[in-house]
Ligand binder design. Structure first.
Ligand SMILES: Nc1ncnc2c1ncn2[C@@H]1O[C@H](COP(=O)(O)OP(=O)(O)OP(=O)(O)O)[C@@H](O)[C@H]1O
Ligand SMILES: [Mg+2]
Length: 141
């Protein structure tokens, strides 16, 4: 992930855990997924902000993961953008669902992320707060 992918108004922070475990995924699909998340984060921060992409190792406890967005295992993308309300969050993984102007978005970005994660035997979890930002956690085996 490079600074030029997200533009100059956004502070890009990447952090990989030491001794990352090996995951079993299609690398091209993983790259597409991270780019889709980065583009969404950029679009959610029209006046700038910070995008964090981080990886970590861990065993997934579903109940714990549901409560603790910040300490869950797996790569995540976090932005300080406009955020989403519950109604929007319920629809974002639908193919062709977009709130962007015609010609700006196809609505297929998160659909690709979802398809990729499921095909890999993983999970994807969204956390978002209006006006505060969004975190997308990917759990990959
Ligand atoms: N990080 C985010 N912050 C706020 N809203 C988001 C974020 N990511 C996605 N969304 C919302 O979810 C919708 C669907 O996202 P998705 O990536 O599937 O499509 P898109 O970004 O609209 O189009 P495309 O990905 O094809 O450019 C977006 O239109 C936007 O409303
Ligand atoms: Mg998108």
């Amino acid at each position: 992930m490079r600074q030029r992918d997200v533009g100059e108004t956004i502070e890009l922070e990447t952090a990989a855990t030491r001794d990352s475990w090996i995951i079993e995924v299609d690398p091209n699909e993983l790259e597409s997924a991270l780019l889709n998340l980065a583009v969404n984060a950029r679009d959610a921060m029209p006046t700038g902000g910070r995008l964090t992409i981080q990886t970590s190792n861990g065993h997934l406890d579903e109940a714990y993961a549901a409560r603790n967005a910040e300490v869950t295992p797996g790569p995540y993308a976090k932005d300080t953008g406009v955020g989403m309300d519950e109604a929007l969050m319920a629809r974002v993984f639908e193919p062709f669902f977009t709130t962007k102007a015609e010609g700006k978005g196809t609505g297929l970005g998160l659909s690709q992320v979802y398809g990729f994660v499921k095909q890999s035997g993983g999970h994807v979890k969204l956390h978002s707060e209006l006006g505060k930002g969004t975190t997308v956690n990917l759990y990959l085996p």
